[in-house]
Write a protein that binds this ligand. Structure first.
Ligand code: HEC
Ligand code: HEC
Length: 91
């Protein structure tokens, strides 16, 4: 019995390691913040004041009634910390 529990613990650890790899690789699929006239001024805000300061502006356009509403999925159910998931496009 105790052996079985240890097996389960091992499986859980292996599974969470793969989970972390999956999250990291998810980076590649996550849409990048475009380096365009709508966005590039916020990269400057990131560089001077940090990500949290820059994220305050995203909702201006990416709100439900804005020009670019967010996808309705679990990634966007809370309006927070966009730049943890979204990297900037190369430029
Ligand atoms: C002035 C309006 C405006 C602001 C402010 C804004 N965006 Fe956008 N964003 C847009 C528009 C319009 C699009 C869709 C067209 C495009 O790709 O430019 C877009 C597209 C995107 C995309 C998707 C790109 C793709 O490949 O589909 C991401 C990611 C994004 N914005 C993130 C952000 C983040 C993060 C912030 C805050 C730092 C932000 N935006 C602030 C207008 C804005
Ligand atoms: C938990 C991670 C996560 C967070 C936090 C997050 N996003 Fe996303 N976002 C994604 C992923 C993954 C995609 C690509 C798949 C999809 O469309 O949902 C995406 C897609 C997008 C798109 C493109 C939609 C399209 O149709 O191409 C925009 C715009 C966007 N996000 C903006 C934002 C903004 C603005 C915030 C902050 C309010 C934000 N996201 C927060 C993970 C996240």
């Amino acid at each position: 019995m105790s052996l079985k529990n240890r097996d389960l613990t091992f499986i859980a650890i292996v599974a969470s390691v793969f989970g972390v790899f999956y999250l990291i690789s998810g980076d590649i699929k996550t849409a990048r913040v475009p380096y365009d006239d709508n966005h590039k001024q916020y990269l400057a805000v990131v560089q001077s004041d940090g990500k949290i300061a820059a994220e305050k502006f995203c909702g201006k356009c990416h709100k439900p009634e804005g020009p670019a509403p967010l996808p309705k999925d679990q990634n966007h159910s809370v309006q927070a910390r966009c730049l943890i998931c979204h990297k900037w496009q190369e430029h």
